[in-house]
Design a binder for this molecule. Structure first.
Ligand code: PMP
Length: 417
């Protein structure tokens, strides 16, 4: 029996003290209400401080020099790899590859694994709710290799149709690549069950955890997935760094994707031998300082506890649903509040999403409008554009009230026209 008690509750007001940008006042007198966290999150002083300290005291290229600064830089960079390993409970640091972000991580697998393993007629199973980053690399791969793409459909309320999984998993399915949490609907997908069923069918599994890693605990050992991708900038870290996790025995057998410095053991004029993991997949100078600052972001999240972060977001999401459902003309897309992460995507009757975002911005409220890099999902839902409010650990219930007020104001402005 677990002796752990309930997760500590977060105090978003205390947390906000760590985030200088959150005290911004815009358009004269409007306090910034930042609800665009699914696109990118803000940075606490601890992360900004780690970046500054790196550049002021420790910076040099890694794995190259034998001088003092390079050793410091290399040590910090490799210590961060260990932090990431522990954060997702990978078996070894060799399984952690630093990349520029989720998109680069997925493309690495599409190029390295896909080009080496797919033959014409092989199938890749995706879903209708995927981000373009988990669609286009596979479309490009399918074009190169003659592979076939299949897509798990969704229900009208934004759940994957699992009943069709067995039918879609055929003996030709080589890979299932799925988002763990939808960046539009907020749906938390049953990735553990899907991974198990995909493995039973003989397919490998890649999880797009871009919206998961910042918000919920991740455990690749428990999940059993073969590859996993996420981005630093969605979890308090800087832009320019992300992670590709891959099971060591699979990554070990793959050819490198990008060629250049660092990823080799030796080079002759007409050939090379690749380096061991993880260097094999880190060609060129990596995102040194951003990676180290991502380590500071992980420390920050670990300090709060991701379970507590999640509970806080559940509370915000419930509150936002209750509030928005009480406003006539607001339609929320996706599952009920209880079934999703901190993302509330909505349509305002008679007002285009871009106008909504613009009018909300005039009230200081930052949301995202458009198709959020999920055009096929929007096609499926029968809408061209939506507005998305997405929450994080520093958001407050009062800010959701401000979102509600800003929506009422937008409706008022449109009624007057
Ligand atoms: N997948 C999902 C689910 C996302 O939300 C995003 C970012 N919006 C990405 C992939 C791409 O991440 P990045 O732009 O950091 O590569």
């Amino acid at each position: 029996m677990s002796t752990a008690g309930p997760p500590a509750t977060l105090d978003p007001y205390a947390i906000r003290e760590d985030f200088p940008i959150l005290s911004t006042v815009l358009h004269g007198d409007k306090p910034l209400v930042f609800l665009d966290n699914a696109a990118s999150t803000q940075h606490p002083r601890q992360v900004i401080g780690a970046l500054t300290e790196m550049y002021e005291k420790h910076y040099a290229n890694v794995h190259r020099g034998i001088h003092w600064l390079s050793e410091q830089s290399t040590d910090l960079y490799e210590q961060t790899r260990e932090k990431v390993r522990a954060f997702i409970n990978a078996a070894m640091t060799e399984e952690i590859i630093f990349t520029p972000g989720t998109t680069a991580s997925i493309n690495t697998i599409a190029r390295s694994w896909g080009d080496a393993h797919l033959t014409p007629g092989d199938e890749i199973l995706l879903s209708v709710m995927e981000h373009h980053s988990n669609l286009v690399p596979w479309q490009q791969l399918a074009e190169r290799q003659g592979a076939v793409l299949r897509h798990l459909p969704i229900t009208d309320d934004g759940h994957l149709v699992l009943d069709q999984l067995d039918e879609l998993l055929t003996e030709r399915t080589k890979l299932v690549s799925l988002t763990s949490i939808s960046n539009v609907l907020g749906t938390v997908n049953p990735i553990r069950e899907i991974t198990r069923r995909a493995h039973d069918a003989g397919a490998l599994v890649l999880i797009d955890a871009a919206q998961h890693a910042p918000h919920l605990p991740l455990d690749v050992a428990e999940l059993g997935c073969d590859f996993l991708a996420f981005s630093g900038h969605k979890m308090l870290g800087p832009s320019g760094v992300g992670v590709l996790y891959g099971r060591a025995e699979i990554l070990d057998a793959l050819p490198p994707f990008l060629g250049g410095g660092s990823m080799i053991n030796s080079v002759q004029l007409d050939r090379f031998t690749p380096a061991d993991l993880p260097a094999k997949f880190e060609a060129g100078t990596p995102p040194i300082a951003p990676a180290i600052a991502l380590g500071a972001a992980i420390d920050y999240l670990n300090n709060l506890g991701l379970e507590a972060v999640h509970q806080h977001e559940v509370q915000l999401t419930r509150y936002a649903h209750d509030l928005l459902e009480g406003i006539a003309g607001v339609q929320i897309l996706g599952p009920r509040a209880e079934e999703k992460a901190g993302i509330v995507t909505f349509v305002l009757e008679g007002i285009h999403a871009h106008d909504v975002a613009h009018l909300l911005d005039r009230q200081g409220v930052a949301v995202r409008a458009g198709h959020h890099c999920t055009q096929p999902l929007h096609d499926r839902l029968g809408v061209t554009a939506t507005s998305r409010a997405s929450f994080y650990l520093y958001n407050t219930l009062a800010e959701i009230d401000q979102l509600g007020d800003a929506i009422l104001h937008a409706q008022h402005v449109f009624r007057r026209r």
